[in-house]
Design a protein around this ligand. Sequence first.
Ligand SMILES: [Zn+2]
Length: 306
Amino acid sequence: MPLTTTKEMLKAAQKGKFAVGAFNANNMEMVQAIVEAATEEHAPVILQVSQGAIRYAGMAFAAGLVKIAAANTDVPVALHLDHGTDFDQNVLCLREGFTSLMFDGSSLPLEENIVISRRVCDIAHICGIPVETELGKVLKRGATPQEVQDAMAKPEEAERFIEDTQADSLAIAIGSVHALLSQAAELDIERLKAIRDAIPDTPLVLHGASGVLEDSVAESIQYGICKVNVATYLSQAFTYALFDSLKANPDVEDPRQHLVPAREAAKERVRAKIRLFGSNGTIKSGGGFRSPPTQHRVADIGEAED
Ligand SMILES: [Zn+2]
């Protein structure tokens, strides 16, 4: 089916208390791994492309790969810009056919973040495309616990931020950190609850989930997290499987022979995350959400996780 926006899938997630997995893809094999896993799990999925991925693959390739993958499955697939840090990048992605945008003004003073977020929302909404914005700042690996604490989203700013920006969803800093190599961070669930209570209609987004304890991720989904971003965890699986294959078969010169196990390794991790997020089985065969949306099933996490 054609690309869908994140609007309907995040609303369904909010209603059904599950989260849609948003997975970063940088190349064809990663796109295939993500969409195949979502298809087999009957789950909606968000393929997200960062500014770095656009620089790496080129805008047309990055968007084109996802569009082709979406056309060949019956689960909803959205093409999302991850961390667009300026207005122009968002406009360029809108023109390219992205079905979900993000303006990340978390490095800016609050007022400036609000002004540019609103400009992006105004132009995207004309085209029917939803926008994610960020409140607080999800920091990168290397940040101290105090820095993470200081950068967290302030619940008292949430209502005005959504009202002034008209954003469709909100990424909130609640204790996760980007690019952690192991699951160690615990989320500030009380802060999450306070934000959800302030803006109950707005789907909330968790960034940096690769480094968050799984129980904490599952709990956050119960309290309003509707989209969970995963990048590092997939990149690790892909790269390590590639490395193992190269090491075990140094005489094999055909890159496809090495990329197949890498794609499979990433796919298994996508599948496990989809189950953790409870989005598995929420799409009927042939497309469309089940009604009522499936409730989040923590018990289904099972042994799929490695
Ligand atoms: Zn992020």
